[in-house]
Design a protein around this ligand. Sequence first.
Ligand SMILES: [Zn+2]
Ligand SMILES: [Zn+2]
Length: 421
Amino acid sequence: MLKITTLGAAKEVGRSAFLVNSNNTNILLDYGVLLKREPIFPIHVKPKDIDAVVITHAHLDHSGFVPFLFLNTEAKLEALGTVPTFELSQLLIQDMLKISGFYLPFEFSDLINMINHSINIDYRTKHSVKDVDITLYESGHVLGGSTVTVETEGKRIFYTGDINTRGSKVLRPADLDVGEIDLLIIESTYSQAEQVPREQSEKELVDFATEVVERKGIMFIPAFSVERAQEIACVLKAYNFPYRIAMDGMALKANQIMLKYPKFLREPEVFKKSIEEVENITSWDRRRRVVKQPGVIISPAGMLVGGSAVFYLQELCKDQLNGIALVSYQGEGTPGRSLLEKRQVTFGGKIIKCFAEVKRFEFSGHNSRKELFEILDKVKGNPHVLTVHGDNHSCTKFAEEINEKYGFKAHAPDPAEVTTI
Ligand SMILES: [Zn+2]
Ligand SMILES: [Zn+2]
């Protein structure tokens, strides 16, 4: 009998974590954090009971709490993932330690211990942990991102992690050729919302950027450092945007990691050319000058919670000729959300009114509702389905719809709920 315990991402987005237990072998699929004012962790497990932890991708809601499993330097468990996943996870977890280290029960040395226990796995290459076979497949969501199959006792589990079956300018679409399955753990982020078609978002963004620069304004695009920042630069380049594009902050470090792994990119040469043409802002001197010349500036953090984005926002929101394009999800209570809803932000107790033109564009790395159902259309077998990684309504309704449409046993698990197959 296979036991699957939902340790996080139950009717919520954040702290993804699932425990698969078979004959005393314990495999964790992701062990992430939920980033609120202070980070919230998944349900506790004893690291000594765990044989391996699979990290599907570098985003902190999937990778962020894995170092906690490596507090003991003698740790015997192994961390499994693709090579870019480990490099990007290290970058993001290091940054989280810098920002919220005070709230975290692990430190930098534990992150290094995790890296020392990591095993790099290629897509479609089986890796065995005792009697359990683990295979990663391309997820299309972020560089090195994967979905996972876990096989044991003649049963197969497929966990989508975060998935994008249409791909992007930077990444190929997810690989759905995973064979027959008995349990599907599927993300539900946009199960109840239709997204703006990608091409439409791209065109509107390029038009807005052109308009702002041609009226001699500066266009600021706060974006997540891993993937979104690069995707936006590649979109502008693909549409032959003729003006200066500058990039700042941690996105530059992510560029270097992404350039190191061309085989994980959709079109490595196009990516390389686009990124090399971007102007890197690495000093305060350049930063102060770039806000005085028309052009585009891309910089993290995507929700304006920190990084050089704060400086750019403060400088650029004063002038109505400037534009601010929000291209990432803006979480509740973040400065980005306040900018979007109230045209003002508060930094250090000071309210700053925004006079620049603010627009929002949808550039999600997740499947749309239609694309989520396309996964179910393609599923082989008669799997039990767990809908996770979405708000309560998105998970619950999605499970009902799957049950009605396909006849699969489907439900949205609660935290700590155990499912057996
Ligand atoms: Zn993700
Ligand atoms: Zn996620």
